[in-house]
Design a protein around this ligand. Structure first.
Ligand SMILES: *Cc1c(COP(=O)(O)O)cnc(C)c1O
Length: 432
């Protein structure tokens, strides 16, 4: 494989953009990778500027559950664009979107559209504080809720990848009211709530954590959070930016049977365009302006292009058998990867729910951020680069998920497993 043109573009990009990228994990810094530049993409495949083709398990970091350039999404965007891209005035597409979201997500009675997942979580936190009149928020180490100031504490995703515990530029006073405890540690949550629960506006959690690699909630963890929130009058916020519409039509809350007060959405809901949303019970949501006095706004919020793309995506996901198909494909990939790792032989712990998964290079169970960080990131980096040479693109970080889409067919999955078999042999030789 040659990366001549990508290399040239990258060098130019680094002159004009910090690190040559518009979002840090794309730089591939932690896996010794110089980013390739994408020319176009279709179904589950990416083609770069040098004509190399990759089977893609990143899917733009989650949104593309139906695959790249899905004809229905493309057509919806094209039709919508012809009628104008944004008005700043209500449109029917916003009503259709809100109705669809409320119909699909069990705990949501009302929704507000925004333009990113970060905006969704920032706004949900503000609403929780406005609604309860309290200051503190409780989050979990290794969970990522976008890059809003008060949530950049012990955060996952790019901060985990780059080993940044908090960020310069966020004054201590700003994060003074943010508490962070280990994921799955209900006892520590209990202790914190007993101490300061009366001032906790919200507990925010990824119901399945997917920004420290994938970590499943332990039996009773989410239910325990629900109980504590009820006991102390705090709101429970599920950040379903990744899990929403991925694990079930109604997200993790439907799959796991625990209902939050507020839900944050993003990624899939935009069908590949920049979208986020947050919502919950009407009584809480009506605290937002213009009905209530908690302020949040957006020039491009609910714009018709994004609504059209998102609605097309949600329609595809409303077809019968879609989630069964995703489960089957992802289970096939999981089984294959485990078998290949067993033959290598290399210790790999694979966590998966539906089409969301992650293979950690560690023999031990991964149940929180600390155990995720025990994974051998050198081994992952090598695995990543070897897979890339074989034409398979996994996330350029140990602390991200792989995403299986409807566009991954059995041939793609088999090609992936064959590549993994070769890659893991190289990893075993070099690492052990
Ligand atoms: C991606 C992500 C966000 C941030 O969404 P952006 O659209 O990147 O701002 C928030 N929460 C979770 C769980 C995410 O995975």
């Amino acid at each position: 494989m040659k990366w001549t043109r990508s290399q040239q573009l990258y060098e130019e990009a680094c002159k004009w953009m910090p690190g040559g990228v518009n979002s840090p994990v794309r730089s591939g810094k932690s896996v010794g990778f110089t980013p390739f530049f994408v020319k176009e993409a279709r179904d589950c495949r990416l083609m770069d500027e040098d004509g190399n083709v990759y089977i893609d398990y990143v899917g733009s970091w989650g949104p593309l559950i139906m695959g790249h350039a899905h004809p229905r999404v493309v057509e919806a965007v094209r039709k919508s664009a012809e009628k104008g891209t944004s008005y700043g005035i209500p449109t029917e597409s916003e009503v259709r979107m809100a109705a669809r979201v409320v119909e699909m997500v069990p705990s949501m009675e009302m929704v507000r559209m925004v333009s990113s997942g970060t905006e969704a979580t920032m706004s949900a936190i503000r609403l929780a504080r406005g609604y309860t009149g309290r200051r503190k928020i409780l989050k979990f180490n290794g969970c990522y809720h976008g890059h809003g100031d008060c949530l950049l504490v012990q955060s996952g995703s790019g901060l985990a990848t780059l080993g940044i515990p908090g960020s310069p530029g966020v004054p201590e006073e700003i994060v003074h009211h943010t508490l962070s405890v280990p994921y799955n540690d209900l006892q520590q949550v209990q202790e914190v709530m007993r101490e300061v629960g009366e001032d906790v506006a919200a507990i925010i959690v990824e119901p399945v954590a997917a920004n420290m690699g994938v970590v499943l909630p332990a039996e009773g963890f989410l239910g325990g959070l629900r109980k504590l929130c009820d006991e102390f009058g705090s709101l429970l916020i599920f950040d379903e930016v990744i899990t929403g519409f991925r694990l079930a039509p109604g997200g993790a809350q439907e799959l796991l049977g625990v209902l939050p007060d507020l839900t944050c959405l993003g990624k899939i809901i935009g069908g590949g365009l920049p979208v986020g949303a947050y919502g919950g019970r009407a009584e809480v949501m009506e605290r937002m302006a213009p009905v209530g006095n908690v302020y949040q706004a957006g020039t491009l919020s609910g714009n018709p292009l994004a609504m059209s793309a998102g609605l097309a995506a949600l329609e595809i996901l409303s077809q019968k058998g879609v989630y069964e198909e995703l489960e089957e494909k992802a289970a096939y990939l999981e089984g294959g990867l485990k078998a290949v790792a067993g033959r290598a032989p290399i210790a790999m712990t694979l966590n998966r729910v539906g089409s969301l998964g992650c293979g950690f290079f560690t023999p031990d169970p991964v149940v929180d951020f600390a155990s995720a960080q025990k994974a051998d990131t050198e081994a992952y980096a090598l695995f990543f680069r070897e897979m890339l040479k074989e034409g398979v693109y996994f996330a350029p970080s140990q602390f991200e998920s792989f995403f299986v889409s409807l566009a991954h067919e059995k041939d793609h999955l088999d090609a992936t497993l064959e590549a993994a078999s070769k890659a893991l042999k190289v990893v075993c030789e070099k690492v052990s």
